[in-house]
Design a protein. Structure first.
Length: 309
């Protein structure tokens, strides 16, 4: 029994690692018959309470309605494990069944992506991992905390001593004027010195923040799997057509509809009749496109067909 349980956990983490890898390269990763992990790029932020600066990142959410298989996860698993597309689909379906079984009683963790659980309405609730940043542009940038800047307290200058009528009579006039001038100069000096001290404190705080930002490093406690990124863009000349439209705005509406459903849709130009063609997805090889076409015909549209350009 222990062996079976350990094996199940290992496979679960394996599927989670595939999802983790793809989120660095794509904005949406769909787990067929389960849901999709969707990212949205946000800029740098600052927490004014803790005085902490956070670098830009991909904000991660989960959409339980994105369950259609777009082929992205299956193709990546098939390529990584050196198995067929159909075997990859079987592998995903088995793991999704385990996920659903575990969710009925406990919370599951999807590698460094986050955790999934069920609420009282039996809906999947996703909690992203706050320490993960899938934005490759922010690689090497870490959050930076700075001390708060405190203002210099106001300097209270005591008023000069008062003189009685008797003392006024005995103190010469030039001494009175000299004493008043000395008091005035002292007030100006203390006030100016306080301003300089406040400016110096602010300058020191800014220098400390700059040094911390310059010396910030990105420490990885658990190294991620190596991702091979191709510099040259792979040509995708095989398109699975969803429809052809006479009016361009109808084609754009169809494109938006497919993108909302999780497809990597695109407009692939006009045909010889002048109709604007919209594709579910495009592929680099004919073999990939045929496999994806079979799935789309079975699950989405029987009218889909393959176009090679």
């Amino acid at each position: 029994m222990k062996v079976i349980l350990i094996k199940a956990i290992f496979v679960l983490m394996t599927l989670a690692n595939y999802i983790n890898d793809l989120l660095y390269r794509y904005d949406c990763v769909i787990v067929p018959n389960f849901g999709g992990f969707v990212t949205n790029k946000i800029g740098a932020t600052v927490n004014t309470t803790t005085h902490t600066f956070y670098p830009p990142k991909k904000q991660l959410t989960f959409n339980a309605y994105l369950q259609h298989n777009d082929g992205l996860l299956a193709n990546y698993i098939a390529s990584s494990k050196n198995i067929s597309f159909e075997e990859a689909i079987t592998f995903i379906n088995e793991e999704v069944a385990q996920w659903n079984e575990k969710l009925a009683t406990t919370t599951i963790t999807v590698d460094s992506v986050g955790s999934l659980s069920l609420n009282e309405a039996k809906q999947v609730v996703f909690e992203p991992n706050p320490s993960s940043n899938f934005l490759t542009e922010s690689f090497g940038l870490a959050e930076v905390s700075t001390p708060s800047v405190e203002r210099v307290k106001k300097v209270i200058v005591k008023s000069p001593p008062t003189f009685t009528e008797e003392s006024n009579k005995t103190i010469p006039l030039y001494l009175k004027r000299a004493a008043a001038a000395a008091v005035f100069v002292g007030i100006v000096y203390v006030g100016w010195n306080g301003v300089q001290n406040e400016q110096q404190v602010l300058a020191n705080q800014e220098d400390a923040v700059e040094k911390k930002i310059q010396s910030a490093t990105f420490v990885i406690d658990k190294p991620l799997p190596t991702i091979n990124l191709n510099v040259s863009k792979e040509a995708r000349n095989f398109h699975i057509i969803a429809g052809a439209f006479k009016e361009v705005h109808n084609a754009e509406n169809k494109l938006e509809e497919l993108e909302e459903k999780g497809h990597e849709a695109s407009i692939v130009g006009k045909n010889r009749l002048g109709l604007t063609q919209v594709a579910f997805a495009s592929y680099a090889t004919k073999d990939e496109a045929r496999k994806a076409l079979e799935i789309i015909k079975e699950t989405v549209s029987e009218d889909a067909w393959l176009l090679a350009k």
